[in-house]
Design a protein around this ligand. Structure first.
Ligand SMILES: Nc1ncnc2c1ncn2[C@@H]1O[C@H](COP(=O)(O)OP(=O)(O)OP(=O)(O)O)[C@@H](O)[C@H]1O
Ligand SMILES: [Mg+2]
Length: 249
């Protein structure tokens, strides 16, 4: 693995008496696409929220590019982009106005905001719809606007929390292509999903989470090879073997 860009050490987070994240540690290499996989309620979003300074861990430390999320949250925020699981869009605004709003929020001047907004909409193949109201967009288009927003300010590390839930194959392929292109241009990506086949296709390494803990972490191929012929095994099989139940239970 290349030099570590993100280091998470022994993260814990409880809500009331429920341990949502229970001792999670991992590193993400610079320029890596890292997958955080697991069923509903595994603790993926809670982990992302701690990594992205939204939520303070009860216990544990995170550094991103050497900056501590506890001591230097502003530094961390200046180098990350977050594409949240719940769409964070102003439905009554146009796509362009949504991007413009977030561009100004991350401190870009108006010229830079305009340039990046148009570039990101073009990247997501939405430039023809720049002046369209988001409320009129399909689910897949909204997901693509969500991703275009996360790219404002040229983040070095992008958090994508289930970016492909409930969308058409075309939008899904567009999102995949975009992530691969961003990586080629030097970005580091953390990707969460409960679609194991997506992670297999996209990620350099994956961590499989269940019940707030990481139960396995490695390249998809190495995880599959532990079970048998990696060309005939799926990450779904790996999950079943590790937890004794199917991901879709
Ligand atoms: N703000 C909160 N208050 C109370 N409980 C919470 C809160 N956020 C998360 N939880 C609980 O913590 C656990 C982990 O939730 P989390 O959202 O991190 O899981 P997830 O892996 O992202 O699941 P999903 O695949 O459904 O998005 C769940 O049991 C959830 O109900
Ligand atoms: Mg989640």
């Amino acid at each position: 693995m290349a030099e570590a860009f993100l280091v998470a050490k022994d993260l814990h987070k409880s809500f009331n008496d429920h341990k949502a994240v229970n001792g999670v540690s991992f590193t993400i290499g610079k320029n890596e696409i890292f997958g955080l996989l697991g069923p509903n309620g595994a603790g993926k979003t809670t982990t992302i929220r701690m990594l992205s300074t939204v939520l303070e861990p009860d216990v544990g430390e995170v550094t991103i590019s050497g900056f501590s999320t506890r001591q230097q949250p502003d530094k961390v925020r200046s180098i990350i982009g977050v594409c949240p699981q719940e769409l964070a869009l102003y439905e009554e605004l146009t796509a362009l106005d949504n991007l413009t709003f977030f561009g100004r929020l991350v401190g870009l001047n108006s010229r830079e905001t305009r340039a990046q907004s148009m570039a990101n909409l073009a990247l997501m193949e939405l430039e023809q719809r720049a002046k369209g109201k988001v409320s009129k967009f399909s689910g897949g288009m909204k997901r693509r606007v969500n991703l275009a927003i996360a790219l404002m300010g040229h983040p070095k590390l992008l958090f994508l929390d289930e970016p492909t839930v409930g969308i058409d194959p075309q939008s899904r392929n567009k999102i995949f292509e975009t992530i691969q292109g961003l990586r080629t241009n030097g970005m580091t990506v953390l990707y969460t999903t409960h679609y194991m086949e997506e992670a297999d296709r996209l990620c350099d390494r994956v961590a499989i989470m269940d019940g707030g803990k990481i139960v396995a972490i490695d390249t998809p191929r190495a995880l599959k090879a532990k079970l048998g012929d990696p060309d005939k095994t799926t990450l779904e099989d790996v999950f079943l073997k590790l937890t004794g139940r199917s991901l879709r239970d």
